[in-house]
Design a protein around this ligand. Structure first.
Ligand code: PLP
Length: 226
């Protein structure tokens, strides 16, 4: 199947899950993860109506953003780890960063965000399944980092992101997300503009939408394997 047909199928899956979970229509947006895929693939998806694209590698998103700068309504989301020596390029070339997990990176992104741009939208990445991944802050440390990020002038704190370790069953996938959803609800009571829970990949989309996801990040099912 081609990219446009894949996209349609993924959109239908998301919409069906939204209905099944009695969520509001449009409650879950689709981030098309285009890392390692050529520009032509992004253009095909764009022509099929896709506007949100996710990238993991700094130089790649910079190149793609430059090449497609005429497509002004693309929203570029950075979903990979950020090293501090690359933060300036990220601050200059994307609309969203999902992977803020420490003060140092947050400060740099805020300082390096060009002042003529709107604030950089950020999610804090939370590590919800222990030591399997190095990225992400613990839930215990989240409130302090959220306060810190919310006070930076050129960042807009929008929510949380997580990449859980693979689980054996749907029930376990749901269980892993429970504390994250609580933390997200708590965050909404403390700050305005918290509207993004970035969870759900190809393997756990149903559990994520059932757990309050507002943005699923799907690559392979749209663009094919990498
Ligand atoms: C690659 C990636 C995805 C998409 O994964 P697929 O298995 O290709 O759907 C989602 N989120 C993050 C953070 C990724 O790095």
């Amino acid at each position: 199947m081609g990219i446009a047909a894949n996209l349609e199928q993924v959109r239908k899956q998301v919409n069906d899950l939204v209905l099944q979970n009695q969520r509001k229509s449009g409650a879950v947006s689709l981030l098309a993860v285009s890392k390692t895929k050529p520009l032509d693939d992004i253009i095909v998806a764009y022509e099929a109506g896709q506007r949100l694209f996710g990238e993991n590698y700094v130089q790649e998103v910079v190149d793609k953003h430059r090449s497609l700068s005429h497509l002004k309504d693309i929203e570029w989301h950075f979903i990979g780890p950020i090293q501090s020596n690359k933060s300036r390029l990220v601050a200059q070339h994307v609309d969203w960063v999902h992977t803020v997990d420490r003060e140092k990176i947050a400060v740099r992104l805020s300082e390096q965000r060009p002042t003529e741009f709107s604030p950089l939208n950020v999610c804090i990445q939370v590590n919800i399944s222990g030591e399997l991944t190095k990225s992400g802050i613990s839930l215990a440390d989240l409130p302090a980092l959220a306060d810190f990020v919310a006070n930076l002038p050129h960042l807009e704190l929008r929510g949380l992101m997580a990449i859980p370790a693979p689980q054996e069953s749907f029930q376990e996938q749901m269980k892993v997300y429970e504390p994250l959803l609580s933390a997200y609800n708590e965050l909404q009571t403390r700050f305005s503009n918290i509207d993004t829970l970035s969870i759900g990949m190809s393997g756990d989309m149903a559990a994520a939408v059932g757990s309050g996801s507002t943005m699923v990040r799907i690559g392979t099912a749209i663009f094919g394997s990498r």
